[in-house]
Design a binder for this molecule. Structure first.
Ligand SMILES: *[C@@H]1O[C@H](CO)[C@@H](O)[C@H](O)[C@H]1NC(C)=O
Length: 187
């Protein structure tokens, strides 16, 4: 007997939904960083805050972006989980040449590129990242991050970031600070 896909689908989504709060309606369409300069964005970024408080329980999360010879982006993320440094490598691409701040990142050949939009950055201190996926045109699941060039950012910078997300119709009420203490292992 075959299970209708429509029945299976909510079950498949369950782990995702548990970790995230789905929002009704399609993804918001925030404006992204104008005249985005990919080269200046390259390098090391630390995760300062994220939405939502999710499955990853690691701390000291950081990502190092670098250009590859074929103009794709090497994305190396790391975290410390249970005292061990774990790294994962992915590939980033500019998904829309007219909007170079709209990147897509995939951590596996079998996975599609997930949106990775740079809503705003000064390249030298902080960056606001947003990723949203429409599900069946009924609701959407989203992620948001505040990244910093240093492990800590002034709270005023984080407050400002929240305001920018909020004014783009992104609900960051569940955004939490990322742990960046005791990170000596990732020098
Ligand atoms: C980031 O990646 C570049 C290119 O692979 C490498 O040269 C650099 O050492 C890396 N930086 C860190 C902090 O891992």
């Amino acid at each position: 007997m075959t299970t209708p896909l429509a029945l299976l689908f909510p079950l498949l989504l369950l782990p995702v939904i548990k970790a995230q709060v789905p929002h009704w309606g399609p993804c918001p369409e925030p404006t992204v960083q104008p005249s985005f300069n990919l080269k200046k964005f390259m390098g090391r970024w630390f995760e300062i805050a994220k939405l939502p408080a999710q499955f990853e329980k690691g701390s000291c999360i950081e990502t190092n972006f670098s250009m590859k010879a074929d103009q794709t982006i090497r994305v190396v993320s790391s975290e410390i989980l249970k005292g061990e440094l774990r790294t994962i490598e992915g590939t980033g691409v500019i998904e829309d040449l007219k909007n170079p701040a709209k990147l897509g990142i995939s951590y596996s050949y079998v996975l599609p590129y997930s949106p990775y939009w740079i809503l705003s950055t000064d390249y030298e201190n902080s960056a606001l990242i947003y990723s949203c996926t429409d599900i069946l045109h009924v609701f959407h699941l989203d992620f948001a991050w505040v990244l910093g060039r240093t492990r800590n950012l002034p709270s005023a910078t984080v407050d400002k970031a929240r305001e920018i997300f909020t004014s783009s119709n992104i609900d960051v009420s569940r955004m939490v600070a990322s742990r960046q203490q005791g990170c000596d292992k990732t020098i």
